[in-house]
Structures are given as C-alpha cells and as structure tokens.
Design a protein around this ligand. Structure first.
Ligand code: KG4
Ligand code: ZN
Length: 391
C-alpha cells in the first residue's frame, strides 16, 4: 500500500511517500519519497514562529514538496481524466482559505496527472492552527482529485512512532511503555498499555521544555531555534570544565505527581543574568547549568513513572530528543544500576524534529479510521490544542 503523508503543524513543510507491506505494527516500510522544507531561516529573522508567516510559507512550498517526493519515489501518474468546470470549482472551494494554493494544485494535477496513492495521512493536531489548516485543506483537495481515503493523524503519536522506527520496521515494544514527549509545544509523559491506548500521566503546567530552551537562548542572545544552540554552548562549557554560573532551581522535582514546570527555570536564568552583559564563557556556563537542570527534572520524573507503572519500554520523542545530554541521560536509564530490564528507544536524529515519515507511520496505525474524501472534507477539524491521551 502506498501512503502519502503530510506534515504542516509548525515550521516544517513535509511530504513523504511510504510503501507499507503488512499490518501495523509488524509491517515492512520503505520510505520511497521524502521531501522536507524547514522554515527555520525565515523564522529566525523574527526570533520565533509567527503562525501567519508559517501559513504563507506552507502555501508556497507544499506543492513543490509533493512534486519532489513523487519524483524521488519514481511514481508516475495513473489514468488522469481532465478536470471539468465543477471539479475545478470544487478544488477552489476546498482551498478557498489558502490563498493561491488551488491554482498550484490544479496546475500540478494538469501537468503531473493523478498520483496512484492508496491513502493520505495528515497531521490534524496539535500545532499552530493556520499552519495545520494548510495541510488539512491540501489533503482534502488531493484526496478529492485522487479518490484516496484520508487518515487524520495526531502529531504526537507520530513522534512516538518515529522513536521506534529503524527505517524499515517498528521495534517490537514490550508493554507497558512510557513515552516522554519533549518539543516546542509539549512536555508530556504518556503511558502506553498497548497500541492505540494512550494515557497522559504527566504534563507541563506552563512552558514546554523546548520553549524554555528557546526562551533561554533568546536571553543569551542566541538565534532561533535555541535548543541546538544551548546544547552546543553547554557542551563547550563541559569541555572547558567551566565552574557553575548560577544555582538554578529544579522545578517540581519533589512534587508527588508527574507534572513539569519550566517557566520558573527560565525566570531564574533571567535573574541570574540580571543586567549583565555576559562574556562567552559565562554564556556557556549558564547554558550548561540550564541544560543540566532541565535534563535532571525530565529524567527524574521519568524514573518515577518507570517505578510507578512497572514500565518495560521507555520512548523519548519530539524535537528536544535531539539534545545530546538528554539522549545520554535517557539511554543510561537501562544501565545495570538503574533499570536493567527496560529498553530505551530514541529517534534517529533526522526523525527527532518534525517530519512527515512519522505521520505516515501513525497513519498506517489507524487505517481503520480512514475517511472517504467526502467524509474527511465534511468532518475534519484542525485542533491546535489536541493532547495525546486525552480525548
Ligand atoms: O518537535 P519539534 O521539531 O516541533 C514541535 O512540534 O514543537 O520540536 C522543536 C523544539 C524547539 O523548541 C527546539 O529548540 C527544540 O525542539 N530542539 C532542541 C534541540 N533540537 C531541537 N532542544 C534542545 N536541544 C536540541 N539539540
Ligand atoms: Zn513536533
């Protein structure tokens, strides 16, 4: 089966074409086409992601990404009837809020033809609503033109599957499993008793950890996105063995629950800087102090969850899963001194941050909920606040 997947929830415009043989979760997957455009350079100028800018960029790049993915997959068109006036009008109607996209889609269809795909998987939440809508409405138009059914995908479930994907197969997870999902918008602990059963057992009460990395980076005068910059400076501080710059709090470390809080940590960094202009070494040391505090809280809460729920598999997912320090800490959980019986799963670096491969995998997990083009166009909503494990 050929799955075409679409991701536009934040600042990456991505389309993949995946061939799946067999049933989820034991299928063999071949990623035959994969195109991704990151808007990071555009958002860097503004110091962060503005939804209206993200939407504009998705509209500008989604058809080129589709063409790139199809080309890489060496997929050629099947039988292609030409569009009559009514069909023309329908595409315009479906894409009426995505200024300029209907014409691009129609000209793609007229020059390429109808791609022979079986299903379309598309992120419907969580994310920035104007950005999500581009992908959703694009999926509506594409399913209308190809007659492929559509599967709405939860972006966070995508992050979970990305972490257990080796490029061809999903790892055979032992349950119960717990996923620590860490991104720019989310910090959550998700208990997975079996596939499809997600229960949120912990979450941030304020900022997401990726957001805290980005905000602290801004305080240190580093460019967006700040996560990788903080990681780099923190590594330099460790290599140079720099002394601590500040004693930072470990928020919620001793709270009895599995919740997180990162806004106080960010404020503590702000107070530590006060009005000083920091030297490079001071920035490096403070980046390290912050990273240590954030990683400690995440790891300790995860340990509590492992004990509390007799966890067998630990999954780290989301953009912050690219952080070296965090990866090391999570990998170390399965050491003989800690939890020798658990297995830890971390995403390949290329699949840590947003991508559409993970959306295709999550789509395959939910083939049973696929909707006809008509049903999808009529019922689906963008849900910017959707949280995995909470309906
Ligand atoms: O999952 P993702 O690509 O997008 C969202 O769904 O939010 O995550 C993006 C977040 C950003 O906050 C970014 O700063 C953070 O992941 N990030 C990192 C690193 N790479 C990306 N944070 C810490 N260390 C990194 N190496
Ligand atoms: Zn993400």
């Amino acid at each position: 089966m050929i799955i075409l997947s679409i991701e536009t929830s934040c600042d990456e415009t991505a389309i993949s074409i995946i061939e799946a043989v067999g049933d989820f979760p034991t299928a063999t997957y071949e990623v035959i086409g994969n195109a991704l455009f990151t808007q990071i350079d555009i958002h860097r100028e503004f110091g962060g992601v503005f939804p209206a800018v993200a939407k504009r960029e998705h509209i500008a790049t989604i058809v080129p990404m589709l063409e790139m993915a199809l080309k890489e997959a060496k997929i050629t068109a099947g039988f292609t009837p030409s569009l009559n006036e009514g069909e023309h009008a329908r595409v315009h109607e479906l894409l009426s809020r995505e200024n300029g996209l209907a014409d691009q889609v129609i000209s793609f269809y007229q020059s390429f033809g109808r791609p022979p795909i079986d299903v379309i998987a598309v992120t419907t939440g969580p994310g920035l609503e104007p950005a999500l809508w581009v992908g959703i409405n694009f999926a509506k138009a594409l399913s209308y033109l190809t007659n492929a059914s559509v599967i709405p995908v939860d972006h966070m479930e995508g992050h979970i599957l990305a972490s257990i994907f080796d490029g061809h197969h999903l790892a055979g997870l032992q349950f119960p499993a717990v996923a620590l999902l860490v991104s720019g918008g989310h910090t959550e602990l998700i208990l997975i008793k079996e596939w499809g059963h997600y229960e949120k057992i912990g979450q941030t009460r304020d900022d997401a950890v990726g957001e805290a990395f980005d905000k602290v980076a801004r305080l240190l005068g580093l460019p967006y996105p700040g996560g990788p910059e903080i990681g780099r400076l923190a590594d330099e501080a460790r290599q140079a063995n720099l002394p601590p710059f500040a004693t930072l709090p470990l928020p919620m470390l001793h709270s009895k629950d599995l919740d997180f809080s990162f806004s106080g940590l960010k404020t503590a960094v702000l107070y530590a800087i006060a009005d000083q202009v920091l030297l490079l070494e001071q920035k490096q040391a403070l980046a390290r102090d912050f990273e240590d505090a954030a990683v400690t809280v995440l790891t300790e809460k995860l340990k509590t969850a492992i004990e509390q729920y007799s966890i067998k598999s630990v999954i780290l997912g989301g953009g912050v899963a690219s952080n070296k320090r965090l990866r090391h800490a999570i990998n170390s959980l399965s050491s003989p001194q800690l939890f020798p019986d658990i297995k830890t799963y971390l995403p390949e670096l290329s699949l840590s941050t947003d991508n559409s491969v993970m959306i295709g995998l999550a789509g395959h997990a939910h083939l049973d909920t696929s909707l006809t083009p008509q049903e999808f166009a009529e019922t689906i909503k963008a849900d910017g606040n959707k949280v995995l494990g909470q309906s």
